[in-house]
Design a protein around this ligand. Structure first.
Ligand SMILES: [Zn+2]
Length: 405
């Protein structure tokens, strides 16, 4: 019974198909456009357009940020000169040397450890574009985690860059990167990051955090190799003082601070007093002995250098911030943080007019100046003298852009 019904149905379908094939196509049907094909073509073109837009944006972020060194620069080396396996990778970066014929100490300034902390990178660039060393030697790294400058952080809605008007009225753009190395340089993250050599356990993405990777590992991940190479710079160049520049959220307890390894505590304490007497809020924090992987702890333990980390404050790093745009990066004006300040919820003052890039960069420059001066007072053979760098008042009077090429 079922078979008969099936047969009948099949015969009916064949007949219908024949009718369709045999039926003449009307003139009206001929004039209709092949709408399905058109839609496929339109979708295809839209996909190509989206890929082109996203791809060119992605590739643009891979380009290195230009820096224009001052006449005081004596040479430029690569981080890969200290660990050859970094050559050709996104982890390689420039080291700018400013050397004097007069004896003195050696300072290493590390900018851009966390590329989402713009005052760090901008301070280092300002140094490179203006510095002249009178005695001793200064080495500056502007993008310590160069890989992190090639991507922004997912889900943070950061602008990919921000602009500052320079003294010629032209826009100078800077990259707003990620706190971590580019995911393409470490994918996939482990579930748990085990710090080498201490074995300390942290969350998986911290495996790409340069300031959790020190002293680094010669044959480790890209981030570990960057950390290893920077530690090698300190060893091979006989660096006396390392200053690692950072920014932190206003609600973070270690902010507006100098975090000092115990060997650097003498100059950090004196610098903190000196800076506070000049009206700058610079508190002092001892480098935690049990928190591993940080520059001040690990470079301090692995070399003979004094090592400090300086934190200014910025709304960009905070969780209470409002709209995250270029203006927030540069001016740091944020109504939410001002309200939090009025309610006494922050670790530092956050005025209505914000904490501008001038204030944040000016603080870093003042910190560098006072720390080097005090090191020279404690150990005259390590005295450093340099010029052409604005002080806090000058920088705030003229603006950061005035000192950029
Ligand atoms: Zn940082």
């Amino acid at each position: 019974m079922d078979k008969k019904r099936k047969k009948k149905t099949t015969v009916k379908h064949h007949a219908e198909e024949r009718n369709v094939k045999d039926s003449p196509v009307s003139e009206e049907d001929k004039s209709k456009p092949p709408s399905r094909l058109n839609m496929i073509i339109v979708y295809f073109l839209l996909v190509i357009l989206a890929c082109w837009a996203a791809g060119s944006d992605f590739l643009e972020q891979q380009l290195r940020q230009p820096v224009h060194p001052s006449f005081g620069r004596t040479k430029t080396r690569q981080l890969s000169d200290y660990l050859s396996s970094l050559r050709g990778t996104r982890g390689d970066t420039d080291l700018y040397f400013f050397e004097s014929r007069n004896p003195g100490g050696t300072l290493l300034v590390i900018g851009g450890t966390h590329p989402n902390e713009p005052a760090s990178n901008v301070t280092a660039v300002l140094l490179v574009e203006n510095l002249k060393v009178e005695s001793g030697k200064i080495i500056v790294i502007t993008t310590a985690n160069a890989s992190g400058f090639t991507a922004t952080e997912p889900q943070e809605a950061f602008p990919k860059q921000f602009s500052i008007t320079n003294r010629n009225g032209k826009e100078r753009t800077f990259r707003t990167g990620s706190r971590y190395s580019n995911i393409l340089d470490g994918w996939p993250d482990p579930v748990v990051y085990r710090h080498h050599p201490s074995g300390q356990l942290l969350s998986g993405p911290e495996t790409r955090n340069l300031n959790r990777a020190y002293p680094g590992r010669q044959n480790g991940t890209l981030t570990e190799r960057m950390a290893y190479a920077i530690t090698e710079v300190v060893r091979r160049e006989n660096v006396d003082l390392v200053i690692d520049l950072h920014e932190a959220a206003p609600e973070y307890p270690v902010v507006n601070a100098i975090v000092a390894h115990e060997r650097a505590m003498d100059i950090a304490a004196m610098a903190s007093i000196d800076l506070q007497m000049r009206g700058h809020d610079f508190r002092i924090e001892p480098s935690p002995v049990n928190f591993r992987g940080l520059s001040h702890r690990e470079i301090g333990d692995s070399t003979t250098a004094r090592v400090v980390l300086m934190e200014s404050t910025g709304a960009l790093q905070g969780r209470m911030r409002g709209p995250t745009n270029e203006d927030l990066v540069v001016s740091s004006v944020d109504a939410c943080y001002y309200k939090a300040h009025l309610l006494g919820k922050l670790a530092v003052d956050f005025p209505e007019e914000g904490v501008s890039l001038e204030v944040r960069v000016g603080r870093h420059l003042e910190g560098i100046r006072v720390l080097t001066e005090i090191m020279g007072q404690f150990e005259p053979d390590k005295a450093l003298a340099y010029s052409h760098i604005p002080d806090f008042e000058e920088l705030n009077r003229h603006g950061v852009g005035f000192y950029l090429k």
